[in-house]
Ligand binder design. Structure first.
Ligand SMILES: Cc1ncc(COP(=O)(O)O)c(C=O)c1O
Length: 476
């Protein structure tokens, strides 16, 4: 494809773009149970207009665009107050949970470099359920991730196990409120005590939970303390673009004090160009996500969030009860809010996801680990809460369809994977295996069960390398 010689009309462009979208899954109808967080028509409209009104402004320089500083300060302060930070707490808006997490890890690494220069190989201690963003931060920032197993019944980490993993190289402890995979909150108060005892920084990943859990508590749900009210917690990430219901591209990273936050900020006057001061990873940044977050917080207010969250939690109760009532399925652990996963001891859940996909539903497959069975993940939000009856009906029917189907030969696949691992060129052998499952080139496969089965059987390192190669081919 080349840039057209002559530009297209607005009409042609918009028609083409909306035609492209017909290949995507139907999030507007409430059938996608991850990735999208929809607060309903009115707030979405306000947010959209606010976003467009700041489409062109640049957050790079607050002296030129003081409004960007104002929007950021307002949003960060509102979220800090929600999370019981005091007037010493500070923060920044970032492009998303991953950036917030990367910055918290960078701040911890650089604080350790300044104060504990004898540490040559910094380590962060995190539960197996911590989000992959921490692994990515570790990879980018050369910090070693020290993974702690979780309790296979509750899917929470034990604070004692976190403590046992601390060494003289530890710079940061991490826990989730809640974890994405099973939606459970780690014992933040106990881990906070460990952090204080060892004088360590402690980051709470509240990317999904920061806003939702805080309002659940205001609604009277029993939610354990997870925020700055716990003295050992030194930083928190909370995404406005998830359960804050803002447009994509907005998260908040918060620190208990400026003494920690200063290690996040980067300045450079070493070039021939303008003075660069970047508190976050991005340098130029659009005002849209900031304005959308400011707008949605002010439009919904506490009452609006509580109305949304009550609706969502009612739907979650119905959905989890309904899933547990299907004999072949069981919800894993005790999810704290509106994200959870379910497994099966008798049918292949990847085949179930494929059957559901044929009816337009998107349920997200998660691989097994030595402590967790393979499962399907569901994140309920206001935009899909109304579909739970229809979802349950289709789940019940699809379970019956999968039961009547030819099961996937998991043992055979494990054998093939084993053979490929032994072959002289394992990469080529996996590529062949993947191609036979329809995963190659630039076409996305319509059924995922077989390929999920293969990937679930692969050791993580091999699977990661395979996925990197696949994406390397998929994109231009
Ligand atoms: C608990 C948790 N932390 C971090 C992230 C990363 O957020 P993002 O996708 O906005 O980078 C996610 C994403 O789902 C998450 O669930």
């Amino acid at each position: 494809m080349h840039i057209p010689q002559t530009g297209l009309s607005k009409q042609e462009i918009l028609t083409t773009l909306s035609a492209f979208k017909t290949r995507d899954m139907d999030w507007k109808g409430g059938k996608v149970f991850c990735y999208v967080y929809n607060p309903g028509e009115d707030p979405a409209e306000v947010m959209k207009e606010a976003y467009l009104s700041f489409l062109t402004e640049n957050g790079l320089d607050p002296t030129v665009f003081p409004t960007m500083l104002q929007l950021e300060t307002d949003v960060v302060r509102m979220v800090i107050n929600l999370l019981h930070g005091d007037s010493n707490a500070v923060g920044h808006l970032t492009s998303g949970g991953t950036e917030s997490i990367m910055l918290a890890v960078k701040a911890a690494r650089d604080k350790a470099r300044a104060e504990r220069p004898y540490i040559k190989e910094p380590e962060m201690v995190l539960p197996k359920t911590a989000h992959a963003a921490f692994h990515k931060a570790a990879h980018y920032l050369s910090v070693k991730p020290v993974i702690v197993d979780i309790d296979p019944q509750t899917f929470q980490v034990h604070a004692e196990d976190m403590e046992k993993a601390i060494t003289e190289n530890t710079i940061l402890l991490v826990a989730s409120a809640p974890s994405y995979s099973q939606g459970v909150i780690d014992p933040i108060a106990e881990i906070g005590k460990v952090a204080q005892k060892h004088n360590l920084l402690f980051h709470v990943d509240g990317c999904v939970g920061g806003v939702h859990l805080s309002f659940m508590r205001k609604l009277g749900y029993e939610i354990p303390d997870f925020d700055f009210s716990i003295p050992g917690v030194t930083s928190i990430s909370t995404d406005m673009h998830k359960y804050g219901y803002a447009a994509k591209g907005c998260s908040v990273v918060m620190y208990r004090s400026r003494d920690i936050r200063k290690y996040q900020i980067f300045a450079c006057t070493d070039t021939t160009a303008y003075t660069l001061i970047n508190p976050t990873v991005l340098s130029s940044k659009g005002g849209g996500p900031y304005a959308s977050a400011w707008a949605v917080l002010n439009f919904l207010g506490e009452e609006g969030y509580m109305r949304i969250i009550q609706t969502v939690q009612d739907a979650v109760k119905k959905l989890t009860d309904g899933i547990n009532a299907i004999p072949e399925l069981r919800v894993l652990g005790k999810p704290a809010m509106c994200m959870f996963s379910f497994a099966s001891d008798s049918i292949n859940v990847y085949q179930l996801a494929d059957e559901m996909a044929k009816r337009g539903w998107y349920l997200q497959g998660q691989f097994s680990t030595p402590l967790t069975p393979r499962n399907l993940h569901i994140s309920v939000n206001f935009g899909n809460a109304h579909s739970v009856d229809a979802l349950l009906k289709d789940l019940r029917e699809c379970v019956e369809i999968v039961k009547a189907k030819e099961p996937i030969d998991a043992d055979g696949i494990r054998q093939m994977v084993g053979m490929a691992l032994q072959s002289p060129d394992p990469e080529a052998a996996f590529n062949q295996l993947a191609a036979s499952a329809g995963l190659s080139g630039t076409e996305l496969p319509s059924e995922m069960a077989f390929i999920n089965e293969v990937m679930d059987a692969l050791p993580d390192a091999v699977c990661n390398s395979f996925l990197i190669n696949y994406f390397n081919d998929l994109y231009v």
